[in-house]
Design a protein around this ligand. Structure first.
Ligand code: PMP
Length: 395
């Protein structure tokens, strides 16, 4: 039974959140490819997930997940450092390192867990050389903020993707002693724009900064063979993080970097040490994804073509897509209430495009976050464009 004090506080808080349009509710779906069925039986085409290559129901991933489960079991039974590292897990990590073009790679429980716990471990290491200055993009994902906050550091935030601003901040701090760390994403999750990583690496070299780049939305989608944008500047980013639950169709996250970095994290990263290893099914699916993803050039080309087409159509309808130039295409509508109304209208037309509101995005920048998948057909997009264009006219 909930205590009366807790219950009163919860009820009052939920009422306030509801008045502010800030209450979030879980919905249950059934999935058949990109066709979702909601609880009321309504069919919606999914334009909201991160399954960018259409792999979550791929027969090869499913077969590998079943096979690994049958051979090894449903759980890993312990943390990686105890008995949770099956031999096959190490092989998959080596394959992941080869895919990322790094010396070594380590799989962690989730992207949130990786950012939240790898960053504090890295900062603990750097602190040996004096106070650490962390330069972070203002729109970095919540998990990156969480990791930096957990390290007890005040971030020096630069304007989103504004490397001139970053440089002016680096210059201002240049006379201070102690290590510097730059933290950013290669593709931003709510904007679908990219960081100019080559220019970022130049700055890092000039000012002697270490770099940490989150490739959650680039892995599998961008760069040579889908190896991410860091693969376009081999060896120039120190710590590369990415997730396995998006284009790779599974779950979990990785850190790619030098063998010494991975050895250190195995010994010092709390989120790795104190957490049960991912189940065999997850590693099996990853193994299968690593067979498929490098060869999915046609799917990637289709995905990017469709994203271009969607952006052009939205622009023509007078709708703002910000600086998106990837498979993530926001329709920036401004107010949270208008954006929620637009989501409902789209659902009536048979599409799921989720409204993203503060605090996930800054106030006044609520948006429908549309994300494309290589599995979307041209006619799916034609119909979405028709529905959205109507939205543009009625707003
Ligand atoms: N980083 C970024 C940029 C993300 O968008 C996300 C998830 N949306 C994460 C990290 C967290 O990854 P996970 O979902 O695997 O916890």
């Amino acid at each position: 039974m909930t205590s009366p004090v807790l219950d009163t506080l919860l009820t009052a808080k939920l009422q306030t959140l509801a008045q502010e349009n800030g209450l979030r509710r879980l919905r249950g779906f059934r999935r058949n490819g990109l066709r979702l069925t909601d609880q009321s039986g309504r069919e919606l085409i999914d334009f909201s997930s991160n399954d960018y290559l259409g792999l979550v129901q791929h027969p090869r991933l499913i077969a590998a997940a079943i096979d690994w489960t049958q051979r090894l079991g449903t759980g890993a039974a312990a943390s990686r450092l105890v008995t949770g590292t099956y031999e096959k897990y190490r092989e998959v990590e080596q394959r992941l390192a080869a895919f990322k073009g790094s010396e070594a790679a380590l799989v962690l429980g989730s992207g949130f867990q990786a950012n939240a716990t790898v960053l504090p471990a890295v900062i603990e290491l750097l602190q040996v050389q004096g106070p650490v200055r962390v330069f972070a993009d203002r729109l970095n994902h919540a998990s990156l903020h969480h990791g930096l906050a957990a390290a007890g550091l005040r971030q020096i935030r630069f304007r989103h993707n504004d490397l001139n601003h970053l440089e002016s901040l680096l210059r201002k701090e240049a006379t201070e002693s102690g290590p510097r760390l730059i933290v950013t994403e290669s593709v931003f999750s709510m904007d679908g724009d990219r960081c100019d990583l080559a220019a970022l690496a130049d700055l890092a070299e000039r000012y002697g900064a270490i770099t940490y780049v989150d490739e959650a939305h680039a892995t599998g989608v961008l760069g040579p063979q889908g190896r991410g944008l860091t693969a376009t500047i081999p060896g120039r980013i120190d710590i590369v993080m990415g997730t396995l639950g998006k284009a790779l169709g599974g779950y979990g996250a990785y850190i790619a970097g030098s063998q010494t970095l991975i050895d250190y994290l195995v010994t010092r990263c709390s989120g790795f040490i104190y957490s049960t290893a991912l189940p065999p099914a997850v590693f099996g699916a990853l193994d299968a994804a690593l067979d498929l993803v490098p060869q999915m050039e046609a799917e990637r080309a289709h995905l990017h073509r469709q994203a271009d087409r969607l952006r052009s159509a939205l622009c023509a309808a007078g709708l703002a897509t910000g600086r998106s130039d990837t498979q993530i295409v926001p329709v920036i509508l401004g107010e949270a209430a208008d954006t929620l109304a637009a989501q409902r209208q789209l659902e009536e037309a048979g599409f799921l495009g989720i409204a993203i509101r503060p605090p996930t995005v800054p106030a006044g920048q609520s948006r429908l976050r549309l994300s494309l998948s290589a599995a979307h057909r041209e006619e799916d997009l034609d119909r979405l464009i028709a529905a959205i264009t109507k939205l543009g006219r009625s707003s």
